[in-house]
Design a protein around this ligand. Sequence first.
Ligand code: ADP
Ligand code: MG
Length: 561
Amino acid sequence: MTTETFEFQVEARQLLQLMIHSVYSNKDVFLRELVSNASDALDKLRLEKLRDDSLDADVSDLHIEIDVDKEARTLTVRDNGIGMSYDEVGQLIGTIANSGTATFLKELREAQDAASAEGLIGQFGVGFYSGFMVADEVTLVTRRAGEGQGTRWTSRGESTYTLEKADDAPQGTSVTLHLKPADPENQLHDYTSPWTIKQIVKRYSDFITWPIRMVPEAADGEDAPEPETLNSMKALWARSRDEVSDDEYHELYKHISHDWREPLETIRLQAEGTFEYQALLFVPSHAPHDLFTRDFKRGVQLYVKRVFIMDDCEALLPPYLRFVKGVVDAQDLSLNVSREILQQDRHIRMMQRRLTKKVLSTIKEIKTKDADRYATFWREFGTALKEGLVTDSENRDAILAVASFATTHAEDEPTTLAQYVERMKDGQDDIYYITGESRQSIENSPHMEAFRDKGIEVLLLTDAVDEVWVDAVGEYEGKKLRSVAKGEIDLDGEKDEKAEGEREKQAEDYAGLLGWMREQLDEDIKEVRLSARLTVSPACVVSDAHDLTPALENMYRAMGQ
Ligand code: ADP
Ligand code: MG
């Protein structure tokens, strides 16, 4: 039997070093990560078997098992789920595919102290590698369901790992941690104690829908007792609200989102009637780093009558709510339902509408009740939500009601459109905004001069999507949304005939100069005209009211249009 030795990627090695010299004080969570992976593996196998009955796999007693061996100081987490092939082990366990890891490691190196480092680790989570917080050697034995050949992976978490074929591997995966020497100071975290393990499973993994079993210690001279199931396996979304603690909800969130932080909000919905379903949704407290990338995995988990059907079910929420995580469990769908069917199903569309409204009304509630939490929400997800102003006309008003924007009115307090309208000056008919790359660059733009002089408030919009939604929305409560940088703007009102006359005369006086300028700049501009909008700067470039602005052109170009 040949054993191959491989080097960890640089990033994986750095991460492992962190785990070994763990800066993370709550080491118990390694067990949550291993159980979470085992549970995922069981879900995947059940599903694969459901889709393909000919798969040569045993699904008669899917479960997770935890074994401790006090003498050998080992702890094993075993599942009889989907398992991994030889190549998969190398890919999934030997490298870190997650593109956020590089960012994470960079931030971590720059972290000033242990507390901020711990905060950072909490943000990213390290899954399987967290075993190295408590173990000095980890062995993983796995066989992919339906395949004959197993694989053994071992590592001491240093620079290398080994891979070899394992002929005797049962279906599924077992991960054995060789525990670091016991800490006599800290009996509570003795991972060879079945009592400790039981507490940790109860605390972090109770809701896992597969049995998590452990064989209790045998008393001296007696046969090994029957295994005991440690978790209640009750689906949290099917239990009544007062039966479930916030902590329990949060642990479920961490399991499904792979986020180590608490969610910002938990949303429950029970729909009764002809099409019955339960939903348990979470708004995270931080936007994932890849929220605006093309391959961001969006969607909630779909269950049918407690059976996990799919991750990332996109059909249940619109793209602009792609940051929402959670579970939807429907009673009346077929277990064989596919993504294609979901896209066309009338009931699913109704669910999407209802869930969308529920999420938006919850955001509104947060906004009314808790300014700080709302500010966090909008900072993290406002940009995504604004896409809904363009794509979801049905809920446009609900989105506008929770949307806020930077404004010249206050340095660091964003405004809603309603508040803007309340402050509008007598005779001001329109809502003014300016778009650009950053607050600083647009505040200093020459377009702003006249507005500053006259004390007229201007919204400062710096997201690419702002250029699109202002056009799509057009007006708010009968007030037109107008760019200070587009078209003709007359801040003094049309009625000022004397000024009008003066401007005409000026235009005649300067006709020669304007014509000359037009000729000189012919390649780059459409027109040269006198302006009433400048007070200090001699000239500025203006777009037509319907031209694309540069930022938007970039956006469309990036989208390949
Ligand atoms: P994550 O669970 O966030 O994907 P992990 O580091 O926990 O990250 O696991 C990495 C990958 O290794 C998983 O996505 C999965 O494909 C594979 N894996 C880990 N544990 C198991 C297991 N018990 N059975 C099958 N595959 C597993
Ligand atoms: Mg995991």
